[in-house]
Design a protein. Structure first.
Length: 259
């Protein structure tokens, strides 16, 4: 089973590019972020024609997450629990049924800039809620996968120029500590199990020729529960998409599970 996560940065602008990648990569499941579309306007028919079931949690012009799946989805839920006043579309969950039932969670974690300020406070509060949800999911002792755009640079080696990010919300100590607390519950950073050292990035800014200089950061992650990590056979980043026509500033990252 091949599962990918991809911050598409606007589904309307990049639907055709997404279709082309889907045809080449053939993922069974894709978690999308920043679809920037209400549910009714999401171009689901073109993906259904490829055999995908489509589930969205959209928002006009901002945020928005979705699941495309060639496998049946059950128990689909939308919104991260813990704050009934939070109306930002950043979380979607479903159970995928194949040989093994896997709970998959797609997230678009808040950016948090500028720091300090209410946006950073919201980011840290959101991560507290994420930690609580992760604990609940782990307690079920079943395969769980939490993937998406975390807007977190976990370590210095995950940035081409770490010093440039020291006071950014993506790399501040409080942000990295909150991410580490989730990992320390028992989750595995899937990419780092198989790939070591610097130079592995999933995001390059549109400004200042970042892609041409490989001035990137790794902020898109798969966190796997122990039961899910035992199933993993591969995890890679499709970095070449960043050099394509009208690209997103992110690229897909994917895992393969023996499930």
């Amino acid at each position: 089973m091949k599962i990918a996560t991809f911050n598409i940065n606007g589904i309307k602008a990049r639907a055709r590019a997404l279709l082309k990648w889907l045809e080449a990569a053939q993922p069974d499941i894709v978690l999308l972020q920043e679809i920037k579309s209400v549910d009714e306007a999401f171009p689901g028919a073109m993906f259904e024609a490829m055999g995908y079931v489509v589930e969205t949690h959209g928002q006009k012009s901002f945020n928005g997450v979705a699941i495309l799946s060639k496998l049946p989805l059950e128990e689909v839920t939308r919104g991260l629990p813990g704050d009934d006043t939070d109306d930002q579309a950043r979380w979607i969950e479903a159970t995928v049924i194949n040989k093994t039932a896997i709970r998959i969670c797609g997230l678009y974690l808040p950016n948090g800039n500028p720091v300090p300020g209410p946006k950073y406070d919201y980011k840290l509060a959101w991560m507290d809620r994420l930690q609580y949800r992760a604990r609940v999911l782990l307690a079920e002792e079943e395969p769980v996968l939490i993937a998406g755009d975390y807007n977190i640079i976990p370590q210095a080696e995950d940035a081409a120029r770490p010093d440039a990010w020291r006071e950014d919300a993506l790399f501040r100590l409080e942000s990295r500590t909150a991410f580490r607390k989730i990992l320390n519950l028992g989750f595995t950073d899937a990419f780092r199990v198989l790939n070591f050292g610097p130079g592995h990035y999933s995001f390059w800014d549109y400004q200042a020729g970042a892609w041409d200089r490989n001035d990137g950061i790794r902020i898109d992650h798969f966190l796997l529960s122990p039961q899910c990590a035992d199933l993993m056979t591969d995890c890679q980043i499709d970095a070449e998409l960043r050099g394509g026509e009208r690209p997103s500033d992110h690229v897909p990252i994917w895992v393969e599970l023996d499930a």
